[in-house]
Design a protein around this ligand. Structure first.
Ligand code: NAD
Length: 230
């Protein structure tokens, strides 16, 4: 498969959301120009993004909403259950755990973890917050795939290490720090356990900073991709 820009994956998530909205409105067919208009990109961009993963429509005929939606769900891996732990059950961890939207796509909060005696043992939704000492056993026994990291910045690297050592395959890092694979004794070798882990960062404060920059420099915002700009 050709190398796929990260932005294209973000747009696929947007196209999927639009297809869900169309389905909810009983719209059965769409086109690249319709999707483009709703997503705020060009029709060429839509066709290019979808083309990374195969041929989904018939040229000139557009797409069947249900089929394109099913294909995007498959491409994004949302047709399987993902078991998630949240590490750090303070303000943010609790807000995430209490937000119901994650279960729309088989993301299941299997376990909640913290180190604070004031929080460990608390009941949040239907789960009891556990101590980090139990993380490794829990991840193995419950086939946990992902960890959401919501600990203070100065605890994030250690907590990420605990998740990696426990064997999760992905970390959604909310802490405003860059999680780095450890390089012991200056060695540049990254261990297999770290090499196997995907880390995604979520930071609304960074979004605010980008927003401030683009409000001051609107002409520097990316122009929509068209066939001419290819
Ligand atoms: P908080 O202090 O309310 O909660 C942090 C929790 O982590 C506490 O319950 C603490 O006991 C626990 N903790 C500390 N060390 C731990 C460890 N080693 N293992 C497990 N748990 C541990 O903090 P908060 O306001 O919920 O913020 C959490 C993190 O999220 C911070 O890094 C903050 O900067 C970040 N944040 C990110 C965004 C975003 O958009 N990405 C938004 C808000 C906050």
């Amino acid at each position: 498969m050709a190398e796929i820009p990260t932005a294209a994956i973000s747009r696929l998530v947007t196209y999927l959301r639009i297809l869900e909205q169309l389905e909810a409105q009983d719209v059965s067919r769409t086109s690249s120009s319709d999707l483009a208009e709703r997503a705020g990109v060009s029709a060429f961009q839509v066709r290019k993004d979808l083309a990374y993963f195969g041929r989904f429509g018939t040229r000139g005929m557009g797409y069947t909403v249900a089929i394109l939606k099913r294909e995007l769900v498959r491409v994004l891996g949302l047709n399987q259950t993902w078991n998630v732990v949240i590490v750090g059950m303070g303000r943010l961890g609790q807000a995430i755990a209490n937000y119901p939207g994650a279960s729309d796509y088989q993301f299941q909060y299997a376990g909640l973890f913290d180190v604070s005696p004031a929080i460990v043992g608390q009941q949040i939704r239907n789960l009891t917050v556990r101590h980090m000492d139990d993380l490794k056993t829990f991840v193995a026994q419950n086939k946990v795939d992902m960890g959401f990291l919501a600990v203070p910045p100065d605890r994030a690297q250690d907590a990420a290490q605990a998740l990696v050592s426990a064997g999760v395959r992905g970390i959604l890092n909310f802490a405003p720090v860059v999680i780095q694979p450890p390089t012991e004794g200056g060695a540049q070798e990254i261990s297999d356990e770290w090499r196997a882990v995907i880390i995604e960062n979520v930071d609304f404060l960074a979004g605010m900073k980008r927003l401030a920059f683009y409000i001051l420099n609107p002409h520097l915002k990316d122009a929509p991709l068209t066939e001419d700009t290819e």
